[in-house]
Design a protein around this ligand. Structure first.
Ligand SMILES: [Zn+2]
Length: 173
């Protein structure tokens, strides 16, 4: 089931989320809803706080080539265990900040440990778009947005546009 995505600014997007711990059937259902919401948007990543659930859970699929099979990933309680000194720049966007983009530098390669829906801990190294995406989503779990990496003027300009968008959406009902 698709869920509504919160739009910045929203206090829930600024909070640190709580660990999930045990992977219950409810968490499995939540992950399924998050994947449906992400694919529908469409987007390549979504964190639980973006649908107002303050838990450390994210989903992603950075396979952009429609010829290749999708690779939906669910990461519960993810942790970055290693990051490269080499940085990579990407023009980032966010489903909670629609149609706004900014260049962000992040470690080019990261190793991430997480709990899967099977309840087992897993660890994998991510590079390229996957590395950017997983770091962007883990930031969400810590109440951080990609615009927090931009200069104050650009950040304010984007925030004002989003405030206006939210007013317009509210007016339209
Ligand atoms: Zn985002």
């Amino acid at each position: 089931m698709k869920r509504p995505i919160l739009i910045h600014p929203d206090p829930r997007l600024k909070k640190r989320c709580d660990p999930v711990g045990d992977v219950t059937p409810e968490i499995g259902q939540l992950a399924e809803d998050m994947l449906a919401t992400m694919y529908d948007a469409p987007g390549i990543g979504l964190a639980a706080p973006q649908i107002g659930v303050m838990k450390r859970l994210l989903v992603m699929d950075c396979v952009k080539d429609p010829e290749l099979p999708p690779r939906p990933m669910v990461l519960v309680d993810p942790e970055i265990t290693w990051a490269s000194e080499d940085l990579n720049q990407y023009e980032e966007g966010c489903l909670s900040i629609p149609d706004q983009y900014g260049t962000v530098s992040r470690p080019a390669i990261v190793r991430v440990a997480w709990t899967g829906l099977d309840g087992l801990r897993a660890e994998e190294e991510f590079s390229g778009l996957w590395a950017t995406c997983v770091q962007h989503e883990i930031d969400h779990l810590n109440g951080k947005l990609f615009i927090d990496y931009l200069g104050p003027l650009k950040r304010q300009m984007i925030t004002r546009k989003m405030e206006k968008l939210k007013r317009d959406l509210a007016r339209r009902g």
